[in-house]
Design a protein around this ligand. Structure first.
Ligand SMILES: Cc1ncc(COP(=O)(O)O)c(CN[C@@H]2CONC2=O)c1O
Length: 394
């Protein structure tokens, strides 16, 4: 779909959108236009250019908010999913924690949704608890229910696994956690560019995602947070813009969302992100999801027929990624051989070492889809793999 919009795809096969998506010309040109004609610092300049840049920046916030069913004050711009989760850990969770309290995550999390919680527990004496998964890569739901205890201060869970492609039923899990008064952060890094996300419908307390995984630029991410939380939370970073009044005796904070956006923001990145949202809205997320699901089904069937290829996990619902091993070939050799054929995939632990350990594979090869991938890309990948298997037969 829309491959002609993506300059970098005119050569070769790109199957690593789970790491970062490619950017349509519309996003590239919008950022170019900003720097050529509209660049100025925001929020305080008393001249037309700065006023216009401020309007563009805040209109971007409005557009992102609408895209995920939120209102503008609930949208905090960060550097990406990683910073959004760290911000939630520091500004929301840490002040709540008493020794012995619990943070609950799952076995399929990305390191960005493991390590910030580990460090939080080290700082506060809280305990990290982990929801187990089954061999198919589905959450163990009875175990999840049992792990939602009176000591659980937050559940942090991925919407879609970047390794397994598992789509977690986050709406019903959030409802179950809320019945016990437990707030929930969803790591939406692999979801927002693939499926329609409505944070209000989900009733998530926090939802974190990255612009670069949804056809926007790098360096811009989003933390959605319910106003009732954001208004009470302490700032994450401090300095200019996030203040109302500074004296050497005391400083008062700006209102949300500005309280969480210290210093000069990534103005161009935010405007580029808004253009990526426009791009996705013009196609429609239902169409994006349906097209990707069709290619995913084709890929599962085609790769599943290759001798010696083992797909890791077979979740009830999968989106975005297929991670696999291929006979005796090391994933790095597989990715290197594919790269020589101008096919880009990812090899390694995918920032999910606990998950890879669960499957007893220290490293694996992952193909992940973008809206521009078609069945012909899968054919090229599938045609190349048997030769690689034979080449690295021990
Ligand atoms: C599920 C998930 N959570 C958090 C992150 C961190 O996002 P940022 O890097 O934008 O902060 C990623 C990145 N995905 C990795 C990056 O490369 N390949 C991947 O699968 C991810 O897939």
């Amino acid at each position: 779909m829309n491959r002609e919009d993506f300059p970098l795809l005119w050569e070769g096969v790109y199957l690593d959108s789970g790491a970062t998506s490619q950017k349509p010309l519309q996003v590239i040109e919008r950022i170019d236009r900003y720097y050529r004609n509209e660049n100025a610092n925001v929020h305080r300049g008393v001249y037309e250019l700065s006023a216009k840049a401020t309007v563009l920046y805040e209109e971007a916030r409005e557009r992102v908010a609408r895209f995920i069913g939120a209102v503008r004050d609930e949208i905090i711009f960060t550097r990406g999913t990683t910073e959004s989760i760290n911000m939630t850990a520091f500004s929301f969770a840490e002040p709540l924690m008493q020794p012995g309290d619990e943070i609950l995550i799952s076995h399929m999390e990305h390191h960005a949704n493991i390590v910030p919680w580990q460090l939080l527990c080290e700082r506060t004496g809280a305990v990290l608890k982990v929801i187990p998964i089954d061999r198919n890569g589905n959450l163990d739901r009875p175990a999840l229910s049992a792990l939602l205890t009176g000591r659980t201060r937050l559940l942090a869970l991925t919407h879609i696994s970047n390794v397994l492609g598992t789509v977690n039923p986050v709406k019903e899990i959030i409802a179950e956690a809320h019945e016990k008064g437990i707030p929930v952060l969803i790591d939406g890094a692999q979801a927002v560019g693939r499926t329609k996300v409505d944070v209000n419908d989900l009733d998530a307390d926090f939802y974190a995602f990255s612009g670069h995984k949804m056809y926007g630029p790098t360096g811009i991410g989003i933390l959605y947070g319910k106003k009732k939380h954001l208004e009470k939370m302490r700032p994450y970073q401090s300095g200019g813009d996030m203040i109302l009044r500074v004296t050497f005796e005391k400083t008062t904070w700006n209102e949300i969302p500005h309280k969480f956006e210290a210093g000069t923001p990534n103005i161009a990145g935010t405007i580029g992100l808004a253009e990526a949202v426009r791009y996705l809205e013009r196609i429609g997320m239902d169409e994006v999801e349906a097209a990707e699901d069709e290619v995913m089904s084709y890929a599962l069937e085609k790769l599943g027929r290759i001798e010696g290829l083992e797909i890791i996990g077979s979740p009830d619902r999968r989106s975005g990624a297929i991670t696999f091993t291929l006979g005796d070939a090391h994933p790095h050799d597989i990715a290197h051989e594919l790269a020589r054929k101008n096919i880009a995939v990812r090899a390694g632990h995918h920032c999910a070492q606990p998950l890879m350990n669960f499957y007893k594979v220290p490293a694996a090869t992952r193909m992940s889809l973008g809206l521009y991938n078609g069945k012909e890309d899968i054919d090229k990948l599938a045609d190349a793999l048997p030769e690689i298997r034979e080449k690295f037969k021990l």
